[in-house]
Design a protein around this ligand. Structure first.
Ligand code: AMP
Length: 399
């Protein structure tokens, strides 16, 4: 797959529309609490500034009810962009009303216009043609740098691409990096390739497991999803999270792993608790001895050692999903230790998914990872082997 990239098209002096992902966390006073997503868009924005472009920036933020709501305005983003880029940012009053279209029309080289939250308009999530056409009418060039929403067929991600030819649309630096990294790691990994999959349910990652089982050398399963597999093997898992309807599927995946010679690791012990509560009485116990009515909320110390050992010879590690309820201190130890083990390995390490990315920041291992994906759902779909709708339009013909 060959992506059209910004560096390979001529943008000099042109008007460029950049779809960014400025969906950053904010507190109740609209203070940005983590501006990583804004900072990671700067490469592409600066590249356009250096090429004398007039720049239109667009993003969604939160889930407004398709009308203007002050708390979802992108004004705080404009302020932060101003601080980071040290230049004025023109803030549009809306997304595609006449005054904004006029503003875009008269935008000069080197100027930056930030549109209001795309989701103030109902056309965005509905991939409305008229809306996409209006967005497209603002610029000569379309750049997608919003990996986190590229798995959505939304107007600013998918619909808009129809109005630009192959030489006038491309992936920004962030999107290109994300896509190429995942593509490379899934299709051409250095082996042994180990996947660590956790999180709450099997159902959310069924396609991921199905695709990975034929690509990796080992799979380590943690988190809530492990209990469906453990129950499928006849274990008594108390009140732990189990999706009974997926037991046949769990067995099928384990059989496929066996057929392919893929080592399939499940927890051998857990931290079990009387209730799903941070104050609940909890203790480590082997899988065979989870007390009736108790639930496993983290992998146990023996599993942590086992998983760390299984990671020792890895050359590539893909990690998606926490090993336990890491939001509660009592059940965060397994995820923390696995994070340290991944960080300490000499493998190429890729962390995907919002929770896991969050986790490695909390554990302080962020800088030790080779690559942390910014998009949760989008990275899962890539691991499933899908081509994202927002990326499809940027793939060069015949490749
Ligand atoms: P996901 O979005 O599927 O990656 O799931 C992440 C969530 O899984 C986190 O919020 C964890 O609290 C939750 N989780 C991890 N382990 C368990 C478990 N053993 N039981 C219930 N929830 C869990």
């Amino acid at each position: 797959m060959k992506l059209q990239e910004i560096k390979n098209i001529n943008i000099s002096g042109k008007k460029v529309f950049i779809r960014c992902d400025f969906n950053v966390p904010m507190d109740e006073y609209s203070n940005i609490t983590d501006d990583r997503r804004i900072r990671s868009a700067l490469n592409t924005i600066r590249y356009c500034i250096d090429h004398d472009c007039a720049i239109i920036l667009a993003s969604h933020f939160g889930r407004p009810k398709e009308v203007y709501e002050e708390k979802y305005s992108l004004k705080p983003i404009a302020k932060r962009l101003h601080t980071l880029l040290k230049q004025d940012i023109l803030m549009a009053k809306n997304v595609v009303e006449e005054d904004t279209l006029e503003q875009a029309k008269h935008l000069k080289s080197g100027e930056i216009l930030l549109l209001e939250n795309l989701r103030f308009h109902k056309g965005e999530t509905k991939n409305d043609e008229e809306f996409a056409k209006k967005l497209a009418s603002m610029a000569d060039i379309y750049i997608n740098d919003a990996f986190g929403v590229s798995h959505r067929a939304h107007a600013s991600v998918e619909g808009i691409t129809k109005y630009f030819d192959k030489e006038s649309k491309a992936a920004g630096f962030l999107l290109a990096k994300e896509i190429q990294f995942f593509h490379h790691i899934i299709e051409n990994p250095k082996r042994p390739f180990v996947a660590i999959i956790g999180g709450s349910k099997v159902s959310g990652k069924l396609e991921v497991l199905n695709n990975l089982v034929s690509k990796v050398d080992k799979i380590l399963i943690g988190g809530g999803m492990a209990f469906t597999f453990l129950k499928a093997l006849g274990n008594n898992v108390g009140n732990s999270l189990v999706e009974d309807d997926l037991i046949p599927e769990a067995l099928r995946i384990m059989n496929k792993a066996k057929e392919l010679g893929v080592k399939f690791y499940l927890p051998v012990d857990v931290v079990a608790a009387e209730a799903f509560d941070k104050e609940a009485f909890a203790k480590p116990t082997t899988i065979q001895e989870i007390p009736k009515n108790w639930m496993g909320l983290d992998i146990g110390p023996a599993t942590t050692l086992l998983f760390a050992q299984a990671l020792e010879d890895a050359h590539t590690i893909l990690w998606n999903g926490p090993m336990g309820v890491y939001e509660m201190d009592k059940f965060a130890k397994g995820s923390t230790k696995i994070s340290h083990a991944v960080a300490a390995s000499y493998a190429t390490t890729v962390v995907g998914g919002g929770d896991t990315a969050d986790l490695v920041r909390i554990t302080g291992d962020e800088d030790e990872m080779t690559f942390i994906s910014t998009g949760g759902g989008a990275s899962l779909e890539l691991i499933e082997g899908k081509i994202l709708p927002g990326v499809k339009a940027l793939v060069l013909d015949g490749e």
